[in-house]
Write a protein that binds this ligand. Structure first.
Ligand code: ARG
Length: 574
């Protein structure tokens, strides 16, 4: 993928690698890190320590040679050799100031764009006739943030909702509804998802207890799968009741996604099994077609089967996912496929991906696949999270409660007419709390914590944004017409500017490891650095007012863009 503009850190890296050319070793990878503390410069490089063994020289000696070569640098003001052989790199002020001029003019804040390859981001993926639970909420929030990032970077993104809309359970549900609630199976019924979920449970109970009902349900599955009109119509009605329920949540979250459920892949499931059989890659085992692959053993060392066709001839979850790989590569022409699900499905995706490579549906030199797992949602008492209503979790209640609580906080601060602000603040708090914890770990859901105005929270960051808007309003200067550039005098100005410059670096890192907490952390530090700048540098009526207003404005634009990538809107008072 071609990067159109270059990150400043990449330009520094290039110079540093050139400075080490005396050692005649191939150096290509990223060896520059931002310094942890200001006294260690702006960036740091540990290359001398790494090369010491191979070069049979003391790291300090190597570092001194590199520092000497870097004294002619176009970007660096100063290079220090510290400790046993670290290089502390200080950027030239005019390099930062020049970047600020470009960023101020640039709508996308000088973030390098990529070539517009097709990327599929599959997320949310709830199941028809079942309630959408907190796991699906996590998938939705994380997946939407990843999709927004990819869109911003310039990829051609296809957002897919792989809803569970297929399987034998629909036979049972349709039979039950035909008998007890035929009105629900008509087009245009006004049934809601909660009621449907209740019926699903009743149908399941009946199925387990009543043999006659079991038989009818099985016949119904056959009718549905053979495309019998009445059954298909009934199934469509169920899907549309569920869809309405799901979209209630997507609307609250401002998430857009295209539904392409499991059933979409039905026409190619047989082909998938045939492909494995023809290539001799699957075996019959207890009547089922299975793929056995090295590397997937149980504790006793037996290779685990990946079942692609059940003994009754039916296809399963794995068959559908194999078909999805095939379709996404061949028809969608995806260059990268990202699938966001709970950590519990990690093994499933490792096996399906390995099988897809084996049969030739996936070639990792051409298409990259990332399974993006996330941990459980826990309540503050450490147990698995349940909403107040207990068993039937209603996600809209959860989101509405966050909005209600945000409203009370705003009321307490004396902010009037606050409905719209409360909505942004409440939903932001839920999203931000989720995104700011490392997704692989379990995450504790706490309204109190997520709605704090201090610390790494949405409110803290939104508050910094609000302050910036209010300074700009007070100053009343049309920044577009200001010709003076930003000048960096105070260390707090420089620290803020350097942080702004790192925005693109963070986004490109997030696109690799798909961890949104890099961006939340970045924004948290940005808000802090802005607050320090604002404490240390008077803006209104200062001789540097125009420069400082521009810097504040640029900080605000970074906050706004960063939040928007996380799916979080902004407000102008709170
Ligand atoms: N419907 C599944 C669930 O609720 C998630 C689907 C994940 N995606 C996939 N391609 N298998 O757990």
């Amino acid at each position: 993928m071609s990067v159109i503009e270059k990150l400043v850190v990449e330009r520094i890296e290039k110079e540093v690698i050139e400075a080490f050319s005396f050692c005649d070793l191939p150096l290509t990878t990223g060896e520059i890190d931002p310094s942890k503390e200001e006294k260690f410069g702006d960036y740091q490089c540990n290359l001398a320590m790494k090369l010491s063994k191979e070069l049979k020289k003391a790291p300090r000696e190597i570092a001194l040679m590199a520092a000497d070569a870097l004294s002619k640098s176009e970007l660096l003001e100063k290079v220090e050799v510290a400790g046993p052989g670290f290089l502390n790199l200080y950027l030239k002020k005019d390099v930062v100031e020049e970047w600020l001029v470009g960023a101020f003019e640039s709508e996308d804040l000088l973030v390098p764009k990529v070539s517009p390859e097709k990327v599929i981001v599959e997320f949310s993926s709830p199941n028809i006739a079942k309630s959408m639970h907190v796991g699906h909420l996590r998938s939705t929030i994380i997946g939407d943030a990843i999709a927004r990032l990819m869109e911003f970077l310039g990829y051609d993104v296809l957002r897919l909702n792989h809803v569970g809309d297929f399987g034998t359970q629909f036979g049972m549900l349709i039979s039950y509804l035909k008998k007890y609630h035929p009105e629900a199976l008509k087009d245009g019924n006004d049934c809601d998802l909660e009621t449907l979920v209740g019926w699903y449970k009743a149908a399941k109970k009946k199925f387990d207890e009543d043999d006659e009902f079991k038989t009818i349900s099985r016949e119904e599955v056959v009718a549905l799968q053979s495309g019998e009109e009445k059954s298909v119509e009934a199934w469509k009605a169920l899907c549309s009741i569920s869809r309405k329920g799901f979209h209630e949540i997507y609307d609250l979250l401002d998430v857009h996604i295209e539904e392409r459920g499991e059933s979409f892949y039905n026409p190619i499931l047989q082909k998938v099994v045939d492909d494995f059989k023809e290539k001799g890659l699957s075996k019959e085992d207890g009547g089922a077609q299975c793929v056995f692959m090295e590397g997937f053993q149980n504790k006793d060392g037996d290779i685990l089967p990946l079942i692609i066709q059940k003994s009754d001839g039916g296809f399963n979850y794995a068959t559908t996912d194999l078909a999805a790989f095939h379709y996404r590569v061949e028809e969608d022409k995806a260059k990268r496929i990202v699938v966001v699900t709970d950590l519990g499905q990690k093994m499933h995706f490792s096996m399906v991906y390995a099988a897809a490579k084996l049969v030739g549906y996936m070639d990792d030199t051409k298409t990259r696949f990332d399974h993006v797992p996330f941990g459980l949602v826990l309540s503050p008492d450490g147990k698995k999270y349940k909403t107040r209503s207990g068993e039937t979790e209603k996600l809209s209640d959860l989101l509405e409660e966050a909005v209600d609580r945000a409203k009370s906080l705003l009321d307490a601060r004396g902010i009037e007419d606050n409905e719209d602000i409360a909505k942004v603040l409440g939903i932001s708090a839920v999203k931000y709390a989720d995104l700011s914890s490392n997704r692989i770990k379990d995450y504790t859901f706490s309204y109190d914590r997520m709605l704090r105005f201090e610390g790494n929270t949405a409110a803290f960051i939104l508050y910094a944004f609000v302050r910036i808007q209010s300074i700009k309003r007070k100053a009343g200067v049309d920044l577009e017409s200001v010709t003076e550039n930003i000048i960096l005098e105070h260390p707090s100005e420089r620290a803020l500017a350097l942080h702004l410059m790192r925005f693109g670096e963070i986004l490109h890192k997030m696109k690799e490891d798909l961890l949104p907490n890099h961006l939340t952390e970045y924004l948290y530090h940005l808000a802090e650095k802005f607050n320090l700048f604002f404490r240390d540098c008077p803006v209104i009526d200062s001789p540097n007012m125009h420069s400082r207003l521009k810097l504040a404005d640029l900080a605000g634009r970074h906050l706004e863009k960063g939040l928007s990538i996380l799916g979080i809107g902004t407000i102008d008072r709170m």
